[in-house]
Each structure stands twice: as structure tokens, then as C-alpha cells.
Write a protein that binds this ligand. Structure first.
Ligand SMILES: C[S@@+](CC[C@H](N)C(=O)[O-])C[C@H]1O[C@@H](n2cnc3c(N)ncnc32)[C@H](O)[C@@H]1O
Length: 273
């Protein structure tokens, strides 16, 4: 996997604030075929109960926190990005949620052994260079009768958009590399079972149904557009990629009525039932 996705410079660029992540959340909320909410799928597997202590590892700007608080769990979010934590705190104030937030790294969680009832680790492990250490750390802080849910994408999630990006980037003379979740996707149950032997895989089928090129491009411009080598520091790759991608996606929308991109995802679930 390209080391870029675990490097501080990439993480600071992608998650220094929530702008890019928000664009992706918004695309999922507005253009997903599966109208049930992804967080409800996750919460269903977490088996929430009032007053349990939930640790959200790599919580980002806390997009899932309002739904978690509806379950009346005590929620603590940990993230290594101060910018994300600031936005999570602002959102919590706005929503009048009581959520504790702490800066921390998944491989050194600031919690005592066995002190947490539930752990959510959603779409973040592919950013950790030593995933085994992060999994062991989550095992350490999880209570013996606790439960953990680790969310990620299917290996072929978003393939239609990825292939188009590869073709357009190649036309412009760029190499491309696999998506961020290539290093940790739903095919990595074995890796999780090394630390949580009882872990099981749960899959959720879904697809984007973008009604026009602009909606697909907002999603594309939030991350995938930068998967080119060499990556120009001045961002000069973006405009030509956007223009060519737009004209290709418009052709699909004209012939198919929308731009449909399958994006199956899911989670690994372990712990007491
Ligand atoms: C794709 S976002 C997911 C955010 C959130 N879990 C969600 O579902 O919206 C990945 C998050 O993981 C955080 N992150 C990356 N590496 C981390 C690490 N080693 N420890 C803690 N947080 C990390 C990033 O700052 C970012 O907020």
C-alpha cells in the first residue's frame, strides 16, 4: 500500500479539518441507494445499552455522535487531529450533546485496561501503520464482556469511479495507486481474528446514485483526485482531472440516467453478545 495514507503529512492534509470528510458524509447521506442509515447498521451490531461507556476511536468530527447519544450511552471520542476534535466539540455544543473528546492515538489509548464497554472504530484503521498494535490496544481497553465494531469498505467498493479515475489520470500522464482501504478492507477478517478470534464479518450492500456529474465530482474531489503519482504540490493536477472526469461522467448520466457506483461496506464485530 502507498505509505502516504499513514503519513502525518497526508493525515494533516486530509483531516486537518473536517471539510473533506464532511463532503463524503454528505454524499453518502444524499446519494446512497440504501436508505437505511449506515450508523444504524453499526449501532445494531454494537448492541448499545443506556449508560454503557462507548469509545469512538478515530471519531473525526463526530458525525455519528448524535445517533449514539440517542442510545443514551456515555460517549468518548478520540482522534489524533485537533482540527477534527474542535469541530466535534462545536457540533456537540450545537446539538447540546455531552460527549467527552480527547486527543489520542489508536496505538496508545488513554484508558485503563478493561475500562470500556463498547468500541467503535469506523473507517480509520487503514490510516494506522501498525494495525496489529492498534487492535491489541483496543483489546486491552475493552471490558471482558465488551463489544467492538470495526467498520471499513469492501475491497471492490467504488471500483467504477476508481477505474474511471485510473483511465483519466493515465490519459493525463499520471500513475495512480490503490484506494486508501486497499490495505484494510472487509477481506481482512483474518487480521482482526488474530487479536479478536471470535470476530465475525457483517456486510452492508449499497451504491451511490449520483444524479449529475457535479454531485459525483464533489465526492471525487474530497480524496480520490489526489491519488496520483507524482502528486503535484501546487494542486495543478486537479483542474484537468476534474474537467475530464466531468465529461466522462456526463456521458454516463446521459445514457444511464444517473452515475451508479456500487460501494459495499460493512464491519467486523467481536465480543460478548
Ligand atoms: C475517515 S475518518 C473517519 C472518522 C469517523 N470515524 C467517521 O466515521 O466519520 C478517519 C479519522 O481517523 C483519524 N485518525 C487517523 N489516524 C489515527 C490514529 N492513529 N489515531 C487516532 N485517530 C486517527 C483521522 O484524524 C480521522 O479523523
Amino acid at each position: 500500500m502507498p505509505r502516504r495514507f499513514t503519513e502525518p503529512a497526508y493525515l494533516a492534509y486530509q483531516y486537518g479539518d473536517a471539510e473533506r470528510l464532511r463532503a463524503r458524509h454528505e454524499a453518502h447521506a444524499r446519494f446512497s441507494e440504501n436508505r437505511s442509515h449506515y450508523i444504524d447498521f453499526i449501532l445494531g451490531h454494537l448492541e448499545p445499552l443506556p449508560d454503557l461507556l462507548l469509545l469512538d476511536v478515530g471519531c473525526g468530527h463526530g458525525a455519528q455522535h448524535p445517533r449514539m447519544k440517542q442510545q443514551r450511552m456515555r460517549t468518548v471520542g478520540v482522534d489524533r487531529s485537533l482540527g477534527m476534535l474542535r469541530e466535534a466539540a462545536a457540533q456537540a455544543r450545537c446539538d447540546r450533546l455531552h460527549v467527552l473528546l480527547a486527543r489520542g492515538d489508536a496505538i496508545h489509548l488513554p484508558f485503563a485496561d478493561g475500562s470500556v464497554d463498547r468500541i467503535l472504530c469506523n473507517h480509520m484503521l487503514y490510516h494506522v501503520a501498525d494495525r496489529a498494535a492498534a487492535l491489541r490496544e483496543m483489546r486491552r481497553v475493552l471490558a471482558d464482556d465488551g463489544r467492538i465494531v470495526i467498520g471499513t469498505n469492501a475491497a471492490d467498493s467504488g471500483r467504477r469511479l476508481l477505474r474511471l479515475h485510473d483511465d483519466v489520470a493515465a490519459f493525463l500522464g499520471y500513475e495512480t495507486h490503490p484506494p486508501v482501504y486497499a490495505s484494510f478492507h472487509l477481506g481482512h477478517l483474518d487480521e482482526v481474528q488474530e487479536v479478536f478470534p471470535e470476530a465475525k464479518l457483517k456486510v452492508r450492500n449499497d451504491a451511490f446514485r449520483f444524479p449529475d456529474a457535479d454531485s459525483a465530482l464533489r465526492y471525487y474531489a474530497s480524496a480520490l483526485i489526489d491519488h496520483v503519482d507524482p502528486l503535484p504540490e501546487d494542486g495543478s493536477h486537479r483542474e484537468p482531472l476534474l474537467q475530464l472526469m466531468a465529461s466522462e461522467i456526463r456521458k454516463v448520466v446521459d445514457s444511464e440516467g444517473c452515475y451508479r457506483v456500487p460501494k459495499n461496506a460493512g464491519c467486523f464485530v467481536a465480543g460478548a453478545t
